[in-house]
Design a protein around this ligand. Sequence first.
Ligand SMILES: [Zn+2]
Length: 247
Amino acid sequence: MQLLFICFIGIVIGSICTKVGMHFPIEESIFEKSTCSHCGYKHSYIAFFNYFINSGRCKNCGARLRFLPVLNEAFTGLFFALSYYIFGFSYSFFIAIGIICLLMIILISDLNYMIIPDEVLVLFSAYFILVLFFKIGLMSVLLQIGYGIFLFLVMYFIMILGEVILKKESLGGGDVKMMFIFGLILGPLSGVFSIFVASFIALPVSIIIMLKSDNNAIPFGPFLLISLMLFFFLQIDTDFIINLLRF
Ligand SMILES: [Zn+2]
């Protein structure tokens, strides 16, 4: 029952995240209702419930409703429930749902516009710092912030190096800025490892997309965040990696 309630909250918040990712990068109001792409009819705010009440079709013209927002909301709900199942009602739970929300926003905005909005990153950094402050105290938070800055600088250096060697933009600025959040949450070692894991996930997916279409600009942001989520949910920390390296 509790899980169902958390799932419901997740769907509602997922709807907000989808709207932020959809409208914020192009400076539209995020309080738009979901409109039918065919006739412009305004539906209720939450695509998920809308979709199932009207069995996937527009109330006005009968055209098929877009499925991506529904999928996004459903996943947010599901992962919210999963977070609650793993972490209970704890500070870790609030970090977990923060990562999920960030992923959902970036997924939409990076896929549609290849943009990771600075405002979103700043807002979420502040949120994570606040939750971590309550979780581990001031001194530890300052250390984590230091790790964040460190990881950001490392990636920034790699980006500059990549530009010099490849003579073109290799990494998006948004991806590099996002590294602050990785260092903040995971620390330096897990942070670096999560970047490797993200590349491993991204590689096969990119190849498939490149083979199927001419599009060779694939956003890296969502892969990074999926990797961050994986690390946080599986609680892969520095000790775990050191143990792994010993073998
Ligand atoms: Zn319609």
